[in-house]
Design a protein around this ligand. Sequence first.
Ligand code: B12
Ligand code: SF4
Length: 483
Amino acid sequence: MKVLLVNPTGSSEEEYGAMRKASTELPQLGLAAIAASLLQNNHEVRVIDMNIDQHSNDSLLGHIKKEDYDIVGFSIYVTTLRRALLLSKMVKQQMPEKTVIIGGPHVTLYPDDAFSEDVDYIFLGEADHSILELIEYMNNGNGEAPQITGLLKRVNGEFKGDTSTNLVKDMNVLPKIELDKMYDLSRFYPPVHIRGKKVMNVIGTRGCPYKCTFCAVAEINGVKLRKLTPENFIDQLEYFVKQGYDSFIIYDDTFTIDRKRAAAIAKEILARRLNIKWNCFTRVDLITPELLDLMKESGCYHIMFGCESFNEKTVQKLKKGFTVEQSYKGIEMTNKAGIMAASSFMLGLPGETKEDMLHTIHEVCRLPFSTALFPIFEPYKGTNIYDDCKNEGKWIKSEFKNNLLTDQEEIWVPDTCSREEIEELAKYAFQSFYLRPGYIPFLFKLLYHLPASRKVRFMNAGFDYFFLSRIMPKKYSRGSRYR
Ligand code: B12
Ligand code: SF4
């Protein structure tokens, strides 16, 4: 079969607005995993990232016609749902014989959002194996509803099949993801602040046992942690090192969740003399000084935490499973180990007053963070907090949007303050953090390690964001990801 897999992102401008020069585009690993399974089984596959490959909706349609794919698949995040459904409609209108399939985190949580006459199959959960089962089913004559875990088929206008979420039992049996066989890797670009000349993203675990109320990972990838062995994980890194990559973003939700494994990975990086730089995401309560030292020695220079707030009642309400005190300690420990600490802080959470948010912002500015993000909270369907939001705020029509690409007109606002106030606080937080004199040493450190081309991008992005977006707010809007 000839299969096209599409990441239907908007352009950098749509998604990042004034921050587009600081934008990131790295290979989407979900599609890459499916492509790897297909390639291993001798199917023809092409993966398109609409932003990177610079495809408009029409040019994508032209490409599908020209290449005559049998199956066209779209990966859906909450932000890309609307575009994926529009593209499905365009495909079906012009080429009804094509099989349109849909999968990804958002439809795993909310399959009904993709119940459309333009979609033939919906995959719930991880499709590494089930994509092959679908092809076998299609080759075998396409009966009523397939008996494949997590696969729904449109039959007479209704979706039928198995509604459970498909989770791969053992990541180690999956084929190696040879990204260079699927994408033109030279066209991707990493976040501006990442060290190293050539940067690649990798993932070595799936699932998370924690129950943070705003997060959907447990729903999407399950509560059971599945992991590549340190050897298999390092093989993945080494594959790229041999191609000249010297820097990695490890996208595991919580890299140090298994501290023994994290230490084994660091040791293996040193043993194989990979000489790389890397950064990861983890929790403040899952690090120790010894582990951090080892990570630093093996090239880790930056860790992204999710402290979320410096108000104890909020952190407990979010069921983060740690205390504010542990956040303070974790940040101190990370800095002591010589690793830069970054964190995200959501503004406009249910129950948080303006004073609570100001307290968090002032604490963030006081502490040694190299990067701080202040996204405006949005309740996503499928998370526990979504229910809290019904009692502690309301959805209103507003000139502010949730996500540019979802076209969702209503936004959620807490009872405690207005959206205008939260927008103001978000601006205030960014300015207070990045434009204070105390940030200068961090800025120099960040810039010092960047290759020249990215230094220019970094400075450009800052200028657009802090200056041009103020004097020309229409032209330099903040985009869907940095609202
Ligand atoms: C890495 C990551 C990113 C990276 C992606 C970059 C990249 N190039 O990889 C970045 C930082 C850019 C990002 C951005 C965003 N992300 Co994000 N991200 C993740 C993260 C941590 C890992 C995703 C991943 O690579 N998983 C590993 C792969 C193998 O799994 P997968 O992608 O789920 O793919 C499997 C299945 O879903 C399925 N599948 C996927 N696509 C398709 C397509 C077809 C046709 C089929 C059949 C199957 C299928 O099969 C795959 C293989 O098993 C997840 C958390 C998580 N653990 O899922 C959040 C997560 C997916 N992100 C999330 C969100 C909300 C966002 C943003 C909207 C945040 C924001 N406001 O800016 C943006 C949206 C980006 C966009 N363009 O749409 C949410 C999604 C919730 C939702 N309802 O959609 C998650 C679940 C985190 C959370 N807090 O709950 N993200
Ligand atoms: S926020 Fe992180 S630790 Fe919490 S459930 Fe999500 S992935 Fe797990």
